[in-house]
Design a protein around this ligand. Structure first.
Ligand SMILES: N[C@@H](CCC[C@H](N)C(=O)O)C(=O)O
Length: 289
């Protein structure tokens, strides 16, 4: 089977986009793994199938068809489906606009619900919706509700305290102690989170650079370390606000990741928006078995 694809990235979180405008494709996990393979395939942190919302497999997604024409069918590089991908929404939006399928403001469907998109100059703003604590009572009592152990960390053997957040997909945010170097962390093996999140977790390591300014590295569920993670950047900004004492205050946080810089807006009602660049870098065809 010959497929059209586009390669794109958002702050170097990279994706293989597969247009399936007639909803004819049933991408298997094995095919996703091959497309995402950097040696034997196109290569990417994830694969995004672009499909009419009305034709999605999941009934909960099809229910959004009246408000969003297009569904971002997101899969991690290991073939597993994920609810949401913040950087992916911007790349998806840039592709839809390039193809003349949307205007400057529209909604897309994701497994984590409708996401509103707006173009602002050369940036794309995604309204990510509401977030929640996984265990608000424990978080407020202790400031943390999980422990993260980084195997092979050079300088640290003790687990780090962390906060569990739900951005539509699961996140565990670690505020790194002053004594630990963000760059020195070795994230080649997945960090171990306790208690074990039932569906796994993306894990963010955060260092405060100044007021409203942090840097972050991330180990993504279903992928490994990536150069950026949009939902993770939002989780890190929420963690910063929480540990600063007012998680419900509106504000802006600038987040440096290895692949670039993203802006997070914390909005009333525990809503969050993400703004950043997105680029399409190649178009082609590939053959899948
Ligand atoms: N890179 C993404 C998140 C992709 C999904 C994640 N790995 C998961 O399994 O939840 C982002 O930009 O948010």
């Amino acid at each position: 089977m010959t497929l059209r694809f586009t390669k794109g990235h958002g702050t170097e979180n990279d994706f293989v986009l597969i247009p399936d405008l007639e909803a004819e494709l049933d991408l298997t996990p094995e095919q996703v793994v091959l497309l995402a393979n950097r040696h034997a395939g196109i290569g990417g942190d994830g694969v995004i199938r672009i499909v009419p919302t009305a034709a999605a497999d999941e009934e909960s997604v099809r229910a959004m068809a009246g408000e969003a024409e297009w569904f971002m069918d997101y899969r991690n590089a290991d073939g597993s489906p994920a609810q949401m991908c913040g950087n992916g929404t911007r790349v998806f939006a840039v592709w839809l606009r390039r193809e003349g399928l949307v205007g400057d403001e529209f909604a897309i469907a994701t497994r984590a619900g409708l996401k509103r998109i707006r173009f602002e100059g050369d940036h794309v703003v995604t309204h990510m919706g509401t977030w929640r604590f996984v265990d608000e009572a424990t978080a407020h009592a202790d400031g943390f509700d999980a422990l993260v152990h980084v195997e092979e960390a050079e300088e640290v053997t003790e687990p780090y305290s962390a906060l569990s957040l739900d951005l539509g997909n699961p996140h565990t945010v670690v505020a790194l102690p002053e004594t630990v170097s963000l760059n020195g962390l070795r994230l080649r093996t997945p960090p171990v989170v306790n208690p074990t999140p039932p569906e796994g977790s993306n894990v963010e390591f955060v260092r405060v650079l100044g007021p409203g300014h942090i840097s972050m590295r991330v180990h993504e569920r279903g992928v490994g370390e990536t150069r950026s993670c949009g939902t993770g950047v939002c989780a890190a900004a929420i963690g910063l606000a929480f540990w600063s004492g007012d998680v419900d205050a509106a504000g802006q946080v600038k987040v440096e990741v290895p692949g670039g810089t993203l802006q997070v807006r914390l909005l009333p009602g525990r809503e969050v928006a993400l703004s950043g660049p997105a680029a399409l870098v190649a178009d082609g065809t590939t053959t899948l078995v």
